[in-house]
Design a protein around this ligand. Structure first.
Ligand SMILES: [Ca+2]
Length: 334
């Protein structure tokens, strides 16, 4: 008996010793996450699929949308986001506008201007609060370590947030507020294990700063994930005339590229679905390691440095993921 007792105690000690290490070493998915969605909503149009999926998942009760903010300073971006929130019958979700100095781009075909003009012209005349103020106001009200941020554009707003100071919403500095309130961040950013990617390079100063200093775990849906998953053709064919998601895909599939296309890669939709649902449902999650930005804006992965960063790797045939995303993009509110 005595040796057995000793062994059990020793076993328990070993388990206690290794458990915290193991739990820290895995991506921790939030059940029923509370989401702040940060999007450029242009120039590319897969952001349309991303916001449609986010609203579809919220309507199913799988997540709560706390705020939707623009990281692109073009004047039609925030109104485009507000238009989608209104269409999905959630006009009360705060919409923030990024500050000057962030990239300001829209597509050559002017889809942002057109979609706002067609579906909600009044929203173009509204003024929108600063995204960093929305972040601070919303984060301050949440339970500790409870918020999931999803970025499908530049990290300009997150840089502003980290650098922000105490204000009427919170006595905490930006980095302390993030550390206290944010559980994790899912980012469509980078190329793995190395490469150059638009969301990172477009505001490379912000990227260099933010990815180095961010205090919570980050899960990356890299360029190579969405690149092979094609969506949008189904809603373009089947969606109603009143649905701006269907309009957006119809218009852009025809005019965004010179030749036109039947579907669009799903860079941003993959980030959203992996923020709301367990990413292992769809992909392998690799990490922890460190996502490194180089001075020329390129990125690479260091598996030997534990910075709380993770990235997705394909697990299933691309068509299987595309079918699930398309099903969610079909959602129309009643
Ligand atoms: Ca985007």
């Amino acid at each position: 008996m005595k040796p057995l007792k000793f062994n059990l105690t020793l076993f328990a000690v070993i388990i206690l010793a290794i458990t915290p290490i193991n739990s820290q070493a895995q991506w921790s998915h939030a059940q029923h996450p509370k989401i702040i969605f940060d999007t450029d909503m242009g120039p590319d149009y897969d952001d349309i699929g991303a916001i449609a999926i986010l609203h579809a998942l919220a309507a199913k009760g799988e997540c709560k949308i706390l705020a939707t903010v623009a990281c692109d300073a073009h004047p039609s971006i925030a109104p485009t986001i507000a238009m989608f929130n209104a269409y999905f019958k959630k006009p009360g979700i705060p919409v923030g506008m990024t500050t000057k100095g962030a990239p300001a781009c829209t597509a050559k075909n002017g889809w942002n201007d057109s979609i706002v003009r067609n579906f909600a012209p009044d929203l173009a005349k509204k003024s929108y609060p600063k995204a960093v103020d929305i972040y601070r106001q919303v984060l301050a009200k949440q339970a500790d370590h409870s918020v999931t941020i999803v970025t499908v554009g530049f990290v300009s707003n997150l840089r502003e947030l980290l650098r922000s100071k105490a204000d009427l919403y919170s006595p905490l500095s930006g980095d302390a507020l993030v550390k206290l309130k944010v559980k994790n961040w899912v980012a469509m950013a980078g190329t793995f294990p190395q490469g150059k990617e638009f969301n990172v390079t477009e505001d490379s100063v912000a990227s260099y700063d933010v990815f180095k200093k961010w205090p919570t775990p980050i899960l990356f849906s890299g360029f190579e994930i969405g690149q092979h998953i094609y969506t949008g053709g189904r809603i373009a064919t089947e969606g109603s005339a009143q649905n701006p998601v269907a309009w957006g895909y119809r218009y852009n599939l025809r005019t965004y590229t010179e030749k036109g296309e039947a579907n669009r890669p799903s860079w941003d939709p993959t980030a959203v679905i992996c923020a709301v649902r367990d990413p292992e449902t769809y992909f392998y999650v690799i990490g922890p390691g460190k996502f490194i930005i180089h001075p020329d804006g390129s990125d690479s992965w260091d598996p030997d440095d534990h910075a709380g960063h993770y990235f997705l790797v394909h697990k299933y045939p691309y068509e299987k993921i595309a079918a699930d995303l398309e099903e969610l993009i079909q959602y129309e509110p009643h």
